[in-house]
Design a binder for this molecule. Structure first.
Ligand SMILES: [Cu+2]
Length: 587
C-alpha cells in the first residue's frame, strides 16, 4: 500500500536515516533566509515563558534576502513559500507598507542544525508585526531530541515523544525504537524507548494520566506487500516512566484513531491490520483492567478524524490521512448504527486535514480545516446540536494547506492553525486564528511543518510545534514555539488557589489575582495527544462561572464535555489574558 496518494507526494514513506537530508536543509535555508523573525524588546528565554512580555514589543523583519531561486526544483516550493506573503495582509496594513517583505527567524536559529539566520538587523523596508496582534514565534535553543512522530502533553508538563522506527526501514530492521520525555521549557530529555515499533500507532490519555498506545508498525512494505499493523497495546505509566504491556487487540492497527468515551474507556477505530487489510473492528480498551471489548464494527479510512459528541455518538468528519473519505457520520456506540452527516464540503480534499471541536466544546461546533489533494484553503463547519447535523462551508483560510496543525486556545474559543503544506515537499508558512466565521492572520511559522509534524498547546499558553517529514531522507529537528497575542499584553492573571480534582456537576472556588483587571472566565483544556494532524480528544470547555471576591465560582461540566482525566485549568482576565494553567484531574 502506498502510504500517501496525493499527487504531490513522491516516493514511499520509507527513506534513509540522515536527520538532516539535503533537501530538507535546503528548505530550512529558504525558510530561514526569507523569513527571519527578530523579537526585540521582549524578554526572552525558552526557560522562562513570558509572564508579562514588555508591552509594545515588536516583531521586526527585514527586506527579504530571498534565495528561493537557489532552492532546487522550484515550482510548487517557490509558490508555496511565496503565498505566505499574500497572507498577512492585515500585517502590511498595520505598517502602511504594501510592498515590504519581511524576514523571520530567531536568535536561536543558528544552533538548530538547519537554520541559517544570522543576527537580525532591521533594514529598509522592514515590516513590524505587533506581537500583541499577531503573536510571535521563537525557535528553541535545543533541537528535537528524537523524531517526534507522536506527541502527547502529560500532566507533568513534559511531552511524550514517540518515534518508534521513525519512518526509517533500516532502524526498523535494527529494532532500535525510540521514545522519550521532553521538557519543552528546558529541552531536557529522558529516553523511554518503547518495547516495539509504535510508529503510526493510535493514542489517547487515560483517566489517571497514563497514555494508551495501540498498534503501530508490524512490517514495512516489501516488494510484495504493503505496510502491516501491530496488534500490541501498551500503557505509558507517567509516574514510573515505564511501558506496561496490555492484552493485544484481535488484529493489528497502523494509522488508527483512539477516542476516549465519557466513561473514560478508550475506543479504538480503523487502521491497517497485520495482513495489510483495513481493520473495521471496533475495540474498547477498558481503563480499569486493560481488557479489550469488541464493539459494533465501523469501516473507516486511516487516521479518521473522530470525536466523541455530547450526545454520546462518535463523529467521523470525513478527514483522514489517505484514500477516499467514505460517508461522514455519527456512530451509535451501542448499536453501531451510523447516521449520515451530509454537507461537509470538499470531502475529496480532506486528506491530512484537521478536525477539531471549535471553541467552547459546550457549543458542539466542529471545524474541519484544509486538506488535500490538491490542497484546499476551505474549511467546513458542523453544528452537532440539531437532530440531523449537517456540514456547511466555513470561513476560508488564507492559504491552501494540508497537514494542518490546529489547537484550541484557552481564552475565547479561538482555534489556532499553523504550518502544513500543499504537499510534503512544499511547506506553507502561514498561521491564523479561527474564531466563529472570522479568520485572523497571525505571524507565520518559520520552520516547515508538513507530514508527521505536531502542534500542541502548552500549560503556559504557548503553542509548541514539532517535527515534519519530507519525502526525502530528512526529518525536521527544529522546534518552534508560538506565543499568541494574549502573551504580549502585559501581566497575566495568576491562579492562587484551585481544586486539584473536580467532579462533574460540582461547584468549586478558583481564586486568582490579575493586575489592573478582573478574572472573568475559566476553561478546561484537554491536553493534546496528536499525530498526523489528528487529535480526537483535544477540546476546550468554558466552565459555567459566577464572579466572587478574588475569583470565580465554577461548575464542572458533564463527562460528555469533560471526559475523565487530567485537564488544564486556565483562568482568563477581562483583558483576554490567560493564567498559566493548573493541572486538574476531572472525574
Ligand atoms: Cu505516517
Amino acid at each position: 500500500m502506498q502510504h500517501e496518494r496525493g499527487q504531490h507526494e513522491r516516493g514511499q514513506h520509507e527513506r534513509g536515516q540522515h536527520e538532516h537530508g539535503r533537501g530538507w536543509a535546503r528548505w530550512g535555508a529558504a525558510a530561514g533566509l526569507s523569513a527571519l523573525l527578530a523579537l526585540t524588546g521582549a524578554p526572552g528565554s525558552e526557560a522562562a515563558p513570558p509572564q508579562g512580555p514588555t508591552p509594545g514589543a515588536v516583531l521586526r523583519g527585514e527586506g527579504s534576502r530571498d534565495r528561493l531561486g537557489e532552492a532546487e526544483e522550484g515550482g510548487p516550493r517557490v509558490g508555496a513559500v511565496d503565498r505566505r506573503y499574500s497572507t498577512p495582509a492585515a500585517a502590511r496594513r498595520t505598517v502602511h507598507d504594501e510592498h515590504a517583505r519581511h524576514r523571520h527567524g530567531s536568535p536561536d536559529a543558528g544552533t538548530s542544525g538547519t537554520g541559517t539566520a544570522d543576527a537580525a538587523t532591521p533594514a529598509a523596508g522592514e515590516v513590524v508585526l505587533d506581537p500583541a496582534v499577531f503573536g510571535s514565534w521563537r525557535r528553541t535553543s535545543y533541537p528535537l531530541p528524537v523524531r517526534a512522530i507522536h506527541a502527547t502533553l502529560l500532566r507533568t508538563g513534559k511531552v511524550l515523544l514517540i518515534a518508534g522506527s521513525g519512518n526509517q526501514s533500516s532502524v526498523f530492521e535494527a529494532g532500535t525504537f525510540r521514545a522519550g520525555l521532553l521538557d519543552p521549557s528546558t529541552g531536557a530529555y529522558q529516553p523511554v524507548d518503547p518495547p516495539h515499533d509504535m510508529f503510526c500507532a493510535g493514542h489517547a490519555q487515560l483517566p489517571n494520566g497514563n497514555v494508551l498506545v495501540v498498534g503501530g508498525t508490524r512490517a514495512y512494505p516489501s516488494s510484495t506487500a504493503g505496510w502491516k499493523g501491530s496488534a500490541k497495546v501498551y500503557e505509558f505509566d507517567v509516574a514510573t516512566a515505564r511501558w506496561i504491556a496490555r492484552p493485544s487487540m484481535a488484529h493489528g492497527r497502523w494509522y488508527p484513531s483512539s477516542v476516549q468515551a465519557p466513561s473514560g474507556h478508550v475506543w479504538n477505530f480503523a487502521g491497517t491490520d497485520e495482513a495489510g487489510r483495513r481493520n473495521t473492528r471496533v475495540e474498547r480498551y477498558t481503563t480499569t483492567t486493560g481488557a479489550l471489548v469488541a464493539k459494533p464494527s465501523w469501516s473507516l479510512p486511516q487516521y479518521p478524524g473522530l470525536l466523541w459528541t455530547a450526545k454520546d455518538r462518535v463523529l467521523y468528519a470525513g478527514t483522514r490521512s489517505s484514500g477516499a473519505s467514505g460517508q461522514p457520520g455519527l456512530y451509535h456506540p451501542g448499536t453501531g448504527a451510523v447516521q449520515a452527516v451530509t454537507g461537509i464540503t470538499q470531502l475529496s480534499q480532506r486528506r491530512a486535514a484537521a478536525t477539531v471541536l471549535a471553541g467552547d466544546a459546550t457549543t458542539q461546533r466542529v471545524l474541519v480545516l484544509g486538506g488535500g489533494w490538491p490542497a484546499t484553503s476551505s474549511t467546513s463547519v458542523v453544528d452537532l446540536r440539531p437532530a440531523t447535523p449537517v456540514g456547511v462551508a466555513g470561513p476560508a483560510l488564507a492559504t491552501a494547506k494540508a497537514y494542518v496543525g490546529a489547537v484550541n486556545l484557552p481564552t475565547d474559543g479561538s482555534v489556532f492553525q499553523t504550518g502544513g503544506g500543499t504537499g510534503r515537499d512544499t511547506p506553507v508558512f502561514e498561521s491564523s486564528v479561527v474564531r466563529g466565521s472570522t479568520v485572523s492572520s497571525m505571524a507565520p511559522n518559520t520552520v516547515p511543518r508538513t507530514y508527521h509534524s505536531s502542534t500542541l498547546l502548552l500549560p503556559d499558553g504557548r503553542v509548541l510545534t514539532l517535527g515534519g517529514d519530507d519525502a526525502g531522507e530528512g526529518f525536521e529537528m527544529q522546534v518552534e514555539v508560538f506565543s499568541p497575542p494574549y502573551l504580549h499584553r502585559g501581566s497575566r492573571p495568576i491562579v492562587t488557589a484551585a481544586p486539584s480534582r473536580m467532579v462533574p456537576g460540582t461547584a468549586y472556588t478558583v481564586t486568582a489575582t490579575a493586575a489592573g483587571s478582573t478574572p472573568v472566565s475559566a476553561w478546561l483544556v484537554r491536553p493534546s495527544s496528536t499525530t498526523h494532524a489528528v487529535d480526537p480528544n483535544q477540546r476546550a470547555v468554558r466552565l459555567p462561572a459566577t464572579r466572587i471576591a478574588g475569583g470565580l465560582r465554577v461548575t464542572t461540566p458533564s463527562r460528555f464535555l469533560t471526559p475523565p482525566g487530567y485537564h488544564m485549568l486556565f483562568v482568563n482576565d477581562s483583558l483576554g489574558r490567560p493564567s498559566v494553567a493548573r493541572w486538574v484531574r476531572v472525574g
